[in-house]
Design a protein around this ligand. Structure first.
Ligand code: GLC
Ligand code: GLC
Length: 640
């Protein structure tokens, strides 16, 4: 079968019956041009997913209607944003990009008050704001909002949809891109689709993976992992009303959608375009690794998961091309890379860098970080990493065991050590963290805690130990300096700019105490902000130090579009990389992960510069002493 020819035939037929009344002539011209360009790809992707079904054409036609409607409901302003972004497709690679992720309630109370915080964000240099899920969701535990009951309704504690639209406009005016969650692997069990499924409406039982008995669930379980073993064993939940087992990868109230049903693809596309039309510029694809299930596999990272995401991407190219996707794949590094493509996810979290920066802080050694980055950092120059140190979730040690093995490190033993270290169970550890998701069968777990607490500030303050306070501050600035310079969008986690410590109050809240990730979901209070204004306080040093680094980044184009080269040095405590742009500019970054002075062969500099470089951080030229450059405890150099 000639797919291209079939796609053209289908498109011609669909266009004949397309309702054009909602589109002006000029809009119709734009829409048709994009559709003509994009449809062959979309058709091919959907054919792979649904081509075997007798009703394939019906859903194709319905989808094009949805795309036309989505486009027609897009505001003038957003349509011109589309044009602007199409002319500057790599906008996210700029040195001006600086992200922050925050919870609306913890940062500002509600959406209206958040608007009043824009000056705070601007002063910090934020240009990208990810608001944690703010949609209508079940009362009590809603997995921090990741159980969505209605994508078109804002959680009433935070405001309403008009407040969100107003905020989006205010952010746009301030040069801040709004980023929203696209929680598309599951809905809450209170979503209208789930409610209808509970009633037994077969149109909607097909929206989820529902089973009359344990036969199939038991077969699937053989190859599945457990994401929240502390909540429930296995991946299925019995629903008494429907009298069925429901696939629930995460919490029992988060029902996995069934993407083998094209009605689900179309329904979610409609919701996606609604979010795009609110004015966000990136959608964070939550839990995207899990969207396709295949018996006998882990049901993670399946080929068809990629096909689906590419198909969603293609829909955006037609109706809202200003919006890009950010992949949230917290999986094996080789699998993380597969989601990153201009036609799939233009942006991706970098969980490997995140985990290994913590690994290097614990071990004071950088070999695993260096070798892993040499293997996995390079991505398409049309895409970008979103580099982060902390987020609202736990830290999972998702490094590549083969890379570790080559360095003589046993992956499982090392994960055990890292868990012990960051939960403070390892003698001499500086960290105050909490174990998360301990699996009683495997003994495996992950780690929670705020950046400052994991970096040692909490315990140093507790012991009133000024040397350790100093080291903790330096660790915090060290790790931030890496995400600010290595290439991609640096993403700060709200509160980390102030060095906020763990908040243990969740342990007294019935809707939260079983989920230790709440320890690092911390309110940014006025008094925390005041504290960071008191000279000499640790928080002051953190926030001022960070601001300085940010300013340097935003003033030097080498931090923007450039190629990153991970370097090996003769000192196992140093992490080093260089950046080269196409104007011939170079940046060399040297990071000392130990609390002792370290030396590095100055040849590393000679290879890049004719003379020794100038450190943008200390604003001093760096000299070599007998062929060696000295770095103080946790010192970073940005040599240009
Ligand atoms: C993502 C979120 C996490 C949530 C899960 C299920 O991993 O980051 O917080 O629990 O998806 O939606
Ligand atoms: C698992 C998932 C990841 C999610 C996390 C939440 O690691 O792979 O997507 O963020 O659980 O704890």
């Amino acid at each position: 079968m000639n797919l291209l020819q079939e796609s053209q035939r289908s498109l011609n037929r669909i266009l004949i019956s397309l309702d054009r009344s909602q589109l002006s002539k000029s809009d119709m011209a734009v829409f048709e041009a994009r559709l003509n360009a994009e449809f062959p790809r979309l058709f091919e992707l959907l054919f792979q997913l649904y081509g075997h079904r007798y009703d394939f054409y019906y859903y194709l036609q319905q989808l094009v209607d949805t795309l036309a409607q989505g486009f027609s409901q897009r505001s003038r302003a957003l349509k011109s944003k589309d044009k602007k972004r199409l002319n500057d497709p790599n906008w996210y690679q700029s040195e001006n990009m600086l992200g922050m992720a925050c919870y609306v309630d913890l940062f500002a109370g509600d959406l209206t008050n958040l608007q009043a915080k824009i000056p705070y964000l601007k002063e910090l240099g934020i240009t990208y704001l990810h608001l944690m899920p703010l949609y209508d969701s079940p009362k009590g535990d809603s997995d921090g909002g990741y159980a969505v009951s209605d994508y078109r309704k804002v959680n009433e504690k935070l405001g309403d949809i008009d407040d969100l639209k107003t905020l989006a406009k205010a952010l746009e005016k301030s040069g801040i891109s709004l980023v929203l969650d696209f929680v598309f692997n599951h809905t809450s069990d209170e979503h209208r689709w789930a409610m209808a499924a509970k009633e037994g409406d077969s149109e909607y039982t097909d929206f989820y993976h529902m089973f009359d008995d344990r036969t199939l669930p038991d077969q699937y379980e053989h190859t599945l992992r457990e994401i929240f073993p502390q909540v429930r064993r296995g991946n299925f939940t019995w629903n008494e009303q429907a009298k069925k087992w429901v696939w629930t990868t995460f919490n029992s109230f988060q029902w996995d959608l069934n993407y083998s049903n094209p009605a689900v693809f179309n329904g979610i596309t409609d919701e996606m375009l609604f979010l795009a039309n609110l004015g966000c510029e990136a959608l964070r694809l939550d839990a995207l690794a899990f969207i396709w299930k295949e018996m006998g596999t882990t049901c993670e990272n399946q080929d068809k998961a990629h096909t689906l995401i590419q198909a969603f991407n293609s829909c955006l190219q037609i109706s809202a091309p200003a919006v890009v996707f950010k992949s949230e794949a917290i999986v094996h590094p080789d699998e993380v890379l597969k989601y990153i493509d201009k036609q799939e996810c233009q942006l991706s979290y970098n969980p490997l860098l995140m985990a290994l920066v913590w690994e290097s802080l614990a071990t004071r050694k950088t070999q695993l970080l260096t070798q892993s980055m040499r293997k996995s950092f390079a991505i398409s120059n049309q895409c970008a990493w979103v580099n982060y140190i902390r987020c609202h979730d736990d830290i999972g040690w998702t490094f590549d065991d083969d890379v570790a093995q080559q360095l003589g490190i046993n992956g499982n033993d090392h994960r055990y050590f890292l868990n012990q270290f960051y939960t403070g169970r390892f003698e001499g550890s500086f960290a105050s963290g909490v174990a998360f998701g301990e699996n009683p069968s495997t003994g495996d777990c992950r780690v929670c805690g705020s950046l400052a607490s994991l970096a040692g500030l909490e315990s140093a303050i507790e012991h009133n130990d000024s040397q350790n306070i100093d080291h903790a501050i330096k660790r915090i600035l060290l790790v931030h300096s890496i995400i600010l310079s290595i290439g991609g969008v640096p993403l700060l986690y709200s509160g980390d700019e102030l060095g906020l410590l763990n908040d243990y109050s969740y342990q007294h809240d019935d809707s939260k105490k079983h989920d230790d990730r709440w320890v690092n979901r911390i309110a940014v209070t006025d008094s925390a902000i005041d504290q960071a204004n008191i000279p000499q306080s640790a928080q002051y040093k953190i926030s001022q130090g960070l601001k300085t680094l940010i300013q340097i980044r935003q003033q030097n184009s080498i931090f923007g579009q450039a190629e990153t080269q991970i370097l090996e040095t003769n000192n196992g405590h140093i992490f080093a990389f260089a950046r080269h742009d196409n104007e011939g500019k170079t940046l060399l970054v040297l990071c000392n992960f130990s609390e002792f002075e370290q030396h590095v062969d100055s040849k590393i500099v000679d290879q890049l510069y004719s003379s020794l470089g100038h450190d943008l951080i200390t604003q001093q030229s760096v000299s070599s002493n007998q062929g060696q450059i000295a770095l103080q405890a946790y010192q970073v150099m940005w040599l240009a």
